[in-house]
Ligand binder design. Structure first.
Ligand code: NVA
Length: 375
């Protein structure tokens, strides 16, 4: 029987991926984890309910087109099975009025070698999002005898998982930045919580963003679960809402990363990259001043690209500065329109999860120096 699942990084040749769908998407109501994350001046505050049908249709049209482009470039694509997200979620520990979506598989599924792990998300509304991917996981399980189908320990998400009164309407942006620089986030350390999109995979090394959606206990869990890998905790003090690493620190090929210039990796955390001749380049500025309506993400989705191989990258069609920079960095750029899908869960990288990339576990950081990121 064939090998179906294999991926160790974000840049080796991509052969098989999952692309999300916008169907049934809901803007979830506020809850302890999210009220802290919706910016005070965002139009998303206080709004919840099913997303307007015409926006779902537009997003799906761009997602379907994205699938065609991937298939044209030799990538097999699978799609999740939508669920009715507009229904109550209830466990013995909490209840919330709705789920969210199955547009961004990257937040939920983490592929490491022949294993796909469903994450331990901190949003209550995302508690059952993995179900949309379970039919695919079952299919891989039946057809690939080496595939490891894993669910991370499920967080209980009681009120103890969040700091209360963390969010204060009067807090200034400077104060918020100070908090995140001090690694003072809304999530507590009572249990491991993590979003898959906070994990940057680099063969033997995992660089995990410590932020609003991923805590330190999750890093400790990764360290014990993968004793043969090296786990690093990175943080980006310039980000007032640090969720997901893929609009902040994005590898393009071995030795090259683009870093959001508003969210630079602190100097002491760069040592491991410098000692191994990795180049960290400031990403180009976004082409837009604002995200599209009803979008959770920042304009830095400009960086949220999908690398197809060491020389080929998919960039959002209107992000001309980012495309130009990629070109100068020696990449062939494939432009794909995607802004209509942004509001549903992010950009081109968010909307995919790896099933198969060529290659195996490499050690990109053989020079081990004193490294403050090491967990
Ligand atoms: N929190 C990130 C989203 C990354 C996909 C941003 O808005 O920049």
């Amino acid at each position: 029987m064939p090998k179906i699942v294999n991926s160790w990084n974000d840049f080796d040749p991509l052969k098989h991926a999952i692309v999300g769908r916008a169907d049934m998407s809901v803007i979830p109501p506020e809850e302890p984890a999210t009220s802290e994350k919706v910016p005070v001046d965002s139009e998303m505050r206080g709004m919840w309910g099913p997303r307007p049908t015409e926006t779902v249709e537009k997003a799906n049209a761009q997602l379907d087109n994205y699938v065609k482009v991937l298939e044209k470039h030799g990538v097999k694509v699978d799609r999740p099975t939508p669920l009715q997200w507009n229904q109550e979620i209830k466990t013995p520990d909490f209840r919330t009025e709705s789920g969210m979506t199955q547009m961004p598989p990257r937040d939920i599924l983490l592929t490491i070698g022949n294993e796909i792990i469903a994450s331990a998300n901190s949003f209550r509304c995302r508690y059952f999002e993995y179900l949309a991917y379970w039919p695919l996981m079952n299919e891989y399980f039946e057809n690939d005898p080496e595939f490891k189908w894993t669910q991370a320990p499920r967080p209980r998400l009681t009120d103890k998982s969040y700091k209360h009164n963390y969010y204060d309407e009067k807090i200034s942006l400077e104060e918020r930045l100070e908090r995140t620089a001090n690694k003072d986030f809304v999530t507590t350390e009572v249990e491991p919580m993590w979003d898959a999109a906070d994990v940057m995979r680099m063969g033997k090394d995992l660089f995990i963003q410590h932020g609003l959606t991923t805590n330190r206990k999750a890093m400790e869990w990764f360290k014990r679960y993968y004793p043969d890998l090296r786990v690093h905790s990175v943080n980006f003090p310039g980000d007032p809402y640090p969720i997901h690493i893929d609009a902040t620190f994005v590898p393009l090929r071995p030795g090259l990363i683009i870093n959001n210039p508003h969210r630079p990796l602190p100097v002491e955390q760069r040592k491991i990259f410098e000692a191994n001749d990795w180049q960290i380049v400031e990403a180009a500025k976004p082409a837009h001043d604002n995200p599209p309506p009803l979008c959770y993400s920042s304009v830095w989705l400009s960086m949220n690209c999908l690398v197809l191989d060491h020389k080929t990258v998919i960039v959002e069609e209107s992000e001309v500065y980012q495309a130009e920079q990629m070109d100068k960095l020696g990449m062939n750029v494939i432009p794909v329109p995607f802004r209509d899908a942004y509001a549903f869960g992010g950009g081109l990288h968010c909307a995919t999860a790896d099933v198969y990339r060529e290659g195996s576990m490499e050690d990109y950081f053989p020079n081990q120096v004193e490294d403050p990121t090491r967990v």
